[in-house]
Design a protein around this ligand. Structure first.
Ligand code: ADP
Ligand code: MG
Length: 230
């Protein structure tokens, strides 16, 4: 039996802006199975990034629970969350979030450094991962010396290098042209399948949904419908 990797119950997130309350997520309940490819689809402002950030433990819910691999992450303190992310979670950002002063190799080494992997081994692992994303010849380039697509490949290598069981991607192709978008989407999918990871990818583009096992449509902080491929 597949166990649920991500179990979300009655999740609510309210932001306060001055005297105003913004209900970013209203009442979200959702299960994502181990190894599943799940697409979160919705227009801008519908709450997609908020949902992903809550799953990553980057923000605290106002109400509700999130259980990942058996751990209640809404109950963890910052230190526990940092360890949890290190062990289980990879994150691919729309704007790559690479450190500009570091080379591709050094950027991809970072998560291994946090895990205490020795220099020689982490450089070998990072070089292997960069090669897997098609950047063998660019390992010593800095972000400004690479195209958007190449920078995102570095971002992907960094997210996947520790082979975390849960991969989260927030509009990973949002800043790329259509040809590069296709390549990057296929790359993320290929790696996630190869490493048997659970993948949650946020998009405002129905095209991504075509590759997913499950598509969660969100509208104004609520789940509108869930489509599952049989
Ligand atoms: P999406 O990723 O689908 O575009 P978001 O999750 O970023 O949507 O935002 C959902 C809603 O929550 C929006 O109305 C947004 O303005 C609001 N919001 C998001 N983050 C914050 C924040 N840190 N402070 C206040 N409001 C926020
Ligand atoms: Mg967003």
């Amino acid at each position: 039996m597949d166990k649920n990797t991500v179990e979300i119950k009655n999740l609510r997130k309210v932001y306060r802006v001055g005297d105003e309350k913004v209900v970013a997520l209203d009442n979200i309940s959702l299960n994502i199975r181990s190894g599943e490819i799940c697409c979160i689809l919705g227009t801008s402002g519908s709450g997609k990034s908020t949902l992903l950030n809550l799953i990553a433990g980057l923000e605290k819910p106002t109400r509700g629970t999130i259980k990942i691999n058996g751990n209640h992450i809404e109950k963890m303190n910052e230190r526990q969350l940092a360890l949890f992310r290190q062990r289980f979670v990879g994150f691919v950002f729309q704007s790559y979030n690479l450190l500009p002063t570091l080379t591709a190799l050094e950027n991809v080494c970072l998560p291994l450094t946090f895990r205490g992997v020795k220099k020689q081994i982490r450089e070998k692992e990072a070089a292997r991962m960069l090669s897997a994303v098609g950047l063998k010849t660019h390992i010593n380039h800095r972000p400004t010396q690479m195209s958007g697509g190449q920078q995102q490949r570095v971002g992907i290598a960094r997210a996947f290098v520790c082979k975390p069981s849960l991969m989260l991607a927030d509009e990973p192709t949002g800043n790329l042209d259509s040809k590069t978008t296709r390549e990057i989407k296929e790359l993320i999918l290929k790696l996630a399948r190869e490493y048997q990871q659970t993948l949650v990818v946020v998009s405002h583009d129905a095209d991504v949904a075509s590759i997913a096992d499950k598509t969660v449509h969100i509208l104004d902080g609520n789940i509108e419908k869930i489509e599952e491929k049989s």
